[in-house]
Design a protein around this ligand. Structure first.
Ligand code: SER
Length: 582
């Protein structure tokens, strides 16, 4: 079944514009490593900013959740998933949202109405019960007993603060048992398939709610789950989403799926997520921090499970698996089509790196567990496995668990911290979600990024193009195409030029124009295909013109003093500048 096409076509027929999936790594939002929900890239628009595509949007969004890698291997968790969603930005509200959800489920997916159950918001001390949704469902034909009310589960927010609202969730009765007359959302035979959130509040840090400028609708349907449910399989990995990749794993291992489910699921899931991270336009590579560390962990864990299946890990097994994944997704994601070779190179290099030490590391591990005291791997040994043999601590933990042993994680972390700045992923609990606002400082950095881009072109050459950027309130990071290490002279010149432009108090102007006109007028743009037909262009005096979503300062004099802290290689042909403003 091609759920993505059905979904997009349906909502386009209801006046929605399809928007492309945002990169899986949020740009300029340092508080999360990955987009975890379809609505995340749309937050600025849910809180009031006009969207260039209009007020009715539909898409499929790449999402990654890695807060609990250990659960991967069961029948239904995935680190990567696609979320289908339709949005109203101050356009339609409950009536249309619910009516269209019902129509899509019963007319397009042909789900018998008796198999559907819905939940609505029950009301609490501050907010009334959502009688309107209840009534809408009833009129559409959902039987009274299949409309349940909850308080907790029918209020949706990403993290702690931000746009939010009550919601109504749709469930499907997946069992062959007789359909109960009363729908109980806690009964596992009912599976949640879709969620319509009525975003009309903003939750502040003190816990209070205030109304948003406009009432929005945010819906989310997890694609892999819905496909599994509709195809009647009890194991997601037996659905059409995973069929080809599992078959490829069976081929490369010479083993059947049945009996080897756990390792095969982990390999399928982790390689798929690695494909999506490494093909993302943000250009993440395996490393020991942030997204790069997650990528490394995923690949190394997949390698470990390939070994368990006795796959010859020096063969091109990872290439075959990744290729079958990319074949399935290329049609929907241009970045996968374009970055096939990059992905294969990332996987291969990481495999070679890990293979070099994996055997020795496994021997070391066996030695450790034979001489172990009180069933615990101490911090020194855990650190040695990490430092000498490249075992991510989570891998040591997994191996230890399989043998019923503990690991001194706290001790390891302390030791780790002493040796290098602790991976920010772990220390800041970044997996948990929660969204940063673009504060004043970040806004200054945004504008400084444009100036830096322009200065590099002027000093280094017009061949310089932005390859990525990441901003926190403390610094900016800017990746650009360049074939050489910048000389000291180049760095100084770039710095001077940016600071002169800041001193010149240049106005920052924003205009909307047709994409083609913007390109023709020489505006800079990182991923042209990611932009809609009408684009926002920011120009700074006459030194810079870029397609960008903002936000930016009004005048460069607001920025402060710009300083380059570091210039280094990022990947082949790409250099990275870290800079601060003082
Ligand atoms: N934000 C809601 C969710 O993730 C609906 O898109 O479920």
């Amino acid at each position: 079944m091609n759920l993505k096409d059905l979904y997009i076509d349906f909502f386009v027929s209801k006046g929605h514009k399809q928007i492309p999936s945002a990169p899986v790594v949020p740009e300029n939002d340092p508080s999360v490593l990955f987009n975890t929900a379809g609505m995340q890239p749309l937050i600025p628009y849910l809180t009031g900013k006009p969207h260039p595509f209009g007020t009715r949007l539909v898409d499929y969004q790449k999402c990654i959740r890695t807060n609990d890698l250990d659960v991967i291997g069961d029948t239904y968790h995935h680190t990567f998933f696609e979320m289908l969603g339709n949005w109203s930005l101050g356009d339609y509200f409950k009536k249309e949202a619910i009516t269209w959800s019902f129509e899509f489920l019963t007319k397009v997916l042909n789900i018998p109405v008796e198999r559907l159950g819905v939940t609505i918001f029950a009301g609490n001390d501050y907010l009334d019960k959502d009688m309107e949704s209840k009534e809408l469902w009833r009129i559409l034909g959902i039987q009274e007993g299949h409309i349940a009310e909850t308080e907790k589960d029918n209020f949706w927010i990403a993290g702690e603060t931000g746009p939010c609202g009550t919601d109504t969730e749709m469930f499907y009765f997946r069992s062959d048992d007789e359909i109960p007359s009363i729908f109980d959302p806690e009964d596992e035979r009912w599976v949640e398939i879709w969620n319509d959130v009525f975003m009309q509040y903003f939750k502040h840090e003190d816990g209070t709610l205030s109304p948003l400028p406009k009432k929005n609708v945010d819906t989310g349907m997890g694609l892999e789950r819905v496909i599994a449910v509709l195809e009647g399989v009890n194991d997601n990995y037996k659905s059409s989403v995973w069929k080809d990749v599992i078959k490829t794993i069976e081929e490369v291992s010479g083993k059947p799926y049945d009996g080897n489910e756990k390792s095969m699921r982990i390999i399928a899931d982790h390689i798929r997520t690695a494909v999506f991270i490494s093909s993302d336009p943000t250009g993440i590579k395996p490393s020991n921090t942030d997204q790069g560390y997650i990528l490394r962990r995923l690949i190394r864990r997949a390698i470990r499970h390939a070994r368990k299946l006795e796959i010859d890990i020096n063969s091109n097994w990872e290439e075959m698996i990744a290729t079958s994944i990319m074949d399935n997704y290329s049609k929907y994601y241009s970045e996968i089509k374009e970055n096939r070779l990059v992905v294969l190179e990332v996987l291969k290099n990481e495999k070679i790196k890990f293979n070099r030490t994996l055997d020795k590391g496994m021997k070391e591990f066996e030695k450790i567990i034979n001489n172990i005291e009180n069933n615990k791997i101490n911090k020194d040994l855990a650190f040695k496995l990490y430092d000498t043999y490249g075992f991510p601590i989570e891998l040591t933990l997994e191996l230890a668990n399989e043998k019923g042993l503990d690991v001194d994680i706290e001790g390891f972390k302390e030791k780790f911290k002493k040796h290098q700045e602790l991976s920010r992923t772990a220390s800041q609990g970044k997996f948990k979600g929660g969204l940063a606002s673009s504060g004043e400082v970040e806004t200054k950095y945004h504008t400084a990024t444009h100036l830096l881009n322009a200065a590099l072109k002027e000093v280094v050459g017009t061949f310089v193009h932005q390859k990525g950027s990441n901003i926190t309130s403390e610094r900016m990071r800017f990746d650009f195409s360049c074939d050489h290490k910048l000389t000291d002279e180049e760095k100084t010149k770039v710095e001077e030029l940016v600071n002169n432009w800041i001193k010149d108090s240049l106005d920052v102007k924003v205009t909307e124009m047709k994409k083609q006109d913007a390109i023709d007028s020489g505006a800079e743009c990182m991923f042209i295909e990611k932009y809609p037909d009408i684009v926002t262009v920011y120009s700074i005096g006459d030194v810079s013109k870029e397609l960008c979503g903002g936000p930016h300062v009004k005048n460069t004099s607001e920025i402060g003093k710009f300083k380059i802290i570091k210039e280094e290689a990022s990947s082949a042909g790409v250099r990275r500048i870290k800079a601060v403003i003082e």
